[in-house]
Design a protein around this ligand. Structure first.
Ligand code: UDP
Length: 459
């Protein structure tokens, strides 16, 4: 902000940006953080959102919200087949999105729209923007390293790495070190072809956009960003980590249980393992029980987010013996949803057992909290491999879950010498994340370029 001239600020104030988040928690958070960042740069902000999974607009009185009907039936909206749900949203939103954007563009009372910023997963938006002659940029809410893998999908299929075969799970993907075959992004779906279509759509959409915005930073993903810079002719703007500029709590779809913080207040520094698998991942009942007993036997205090629906077929905590927490002397606290950013920033937290969604991974890095990685699907397995083998800031829990392995892994990370070294490395990364946002830092400079770029692509 400091090096902007008054003329530029004046010019910016007269411009509106339309942002279109994909309606999943891990996508809504970074898009609304980006909206806040761009608003602080002088742009007016309009959010187009589906009625499905909509955040609370009253937390954003400085934005204009427009809701579109995506017309999902009850069974479609509650399907556990994520690939099918993503495809349905990409089909059913076309018309209402087109209509909404057309109306916005013809509203003479409003500032002119400089550009549309769409989630990369909403790949249909490129055609709509073209049709309305509006420049479009995309926000990719995942990491750049996993995106490199997505761009390699046609090649990975050609070389027989995909679809993944159980007989070669442990083999290296020699062209994408240090990934193993089992790390390639997958998702269970009754329609595997749908997954390839969605990924191609996302990559092609980004390639054909006016630029890609990343919630990452140079020092973390330099080589992936350089790789993408060579593959794509459009500019890349790594301006993250977003949540260090604006927190995610205001876009939470579930109520964050603040009892976490008062419970953490009573724990010793760096003693607590925080456990959460994000907003979508699901586990089996036997895994749920192994996790519970692994945590109990570890003797470390734990804060565990058990989202309703986390365990297939269960409402919440049914299989736990009654009085489970008392049996272990109150060493655990279980909630349905946590104020995760605040939890990770709390001095009592010493480790994060995570599914390695990109937001959780970044949030952990930014607070210097080492990780235990248990990826479930899509890009999470790539993120986890980077955490354990590239940045070396966490340990993987792989090849099945059992209570002894859990207990051992927690000890390795929280008690043993190995854990100390890991902690040292993640504190260095935390420092780099802080530096990149300061004036002259890579994300701050990239932000300045993004603002100039947006002003230059106007039609
Ligand atoms: N989150 C939260 N409370 C929780 C668990 C998660 O606020 O109890 C937030 C977390 O801070 C992150 C987002 O939900 O910003 C989850 O995004 P991520 O990419 O990690 O995973 P996803 O939910 O998309 O699988």
């Amino acid at each position: 902000m400091e090096n902007q001239t008054n003329t530029e600020m004046h010019q910016r104030k007269g411009r509106r940006l339309v942002l279109f988040p994909f309606p999943f928690q891990g996508h809504i958070n970074p898009m609304l953080q980006l909206a806040n960042i761009l608003h602080s740069q002088g742009f007016s902000i309009t959010i187009i959102h589906t009625n499905f999974n909509s955040p609370n607009p009253s937390n954003y009185p400085h934005f204009a919200f427009h809701f579109i009907p995506e017309n999902l039936s009850e069974s479609e909206a509650s399907t556990t087949d994520l690939a099918v749900l993503v495809q349905l949203l990409n089909t059913k939103c076309v018309e209402p999105f087109h209509d909404c954007l057309t109306k916005l563009l013809s509203d003479v009372e409003e500032e002119p729209v400089a550009c549309l910023i769409s989630d990369a997963i909403f790949s249909f938006t490129k055609a709509v923007a073209e049709n309305l002659k509006l420049p479009m940029m995309v926000l990719r809410t995942g990491g750049a390293s996993s995106f490199v893998v997505f761009t390699a999908f046609p090649f990975l299929r050609e070389r027989g790495y995909l679809p993944i075969q159980d007989s070669i799970l442990e083999e290296p993907v020699v062209e994408l070190p240090p990934l193993k075959v089992k790390d390639l992004p997958t998702i269970n779906s009754r329609s595997p072809e749908t997954i390839y279509e969605l990924i191609n759509g996302m990559v092609d959409g980004a390639r054909a956009s006016s630029g890609v915005i990343w919630n990452t930073f140079q020092d973390l993903e330099q080589s992936a960003l350089a790789n993408l810079g060579q593959q794509f002719s459009v500019p890349m703007f790594p301006i993250g980590p977003f949540h260090k500029c604006f927190p995610a709590s205001s876009s939470s779809l579930l109520t964050q249980d603040q009892s976490c913080i008062s419970w953490l207040e009573k724990q010793s520094p760096k003693s607590v393992i925080y456990v959460s698998f994000g907003s979508l991942a699901a586990i089996k009942e036997n895994e749920f029980l192994e996790i519970a007993w692994g945590l109990a036997n570890s003797k470390q205090p734990f804060l565990w987010v058990v989202r309703p629906g986390l365990t297939n077929g269960l409402e919440w905590l049914e299989p736990l013996p009654s009085g489970f927490l008392e049996m272990i002397d109150g060493r655990g606290h279980i909630v349905k949803w946590a104020p995760q950013q605040e939890v990770l920033a709390h001095p009592a937290v010493g480790a994060f057992w995570t599914h390695n969604g990109w937001n959780s991974t970044l949030e952990s890095i930014c607070e210097g909290v080492p990780m235990i990685c248990m990826p479930c699907f899509t890009d999470q397995s790539v993120n986890a491999r980077y955490v354990s083998d590239v940045w070396k800031v966490g340990l993987q829990l792989e090849n099945g879950l059992d209570r002894e392995k859990i207990e051992r892994t927690i000890r390795r990370l929280m008690v043993d010498k190995e854990g100390e070294e890991i902690r040292g490395r993640i504190l260095c990364l935390k420092e780099k994340a802080n530096i990149c946002l300061r004036q002259g830092g890579s994300s701050s400079e990239s932000m300045d370029s993004l603002v100039s770029h947006i002003l230059s692509i106007e039609t």
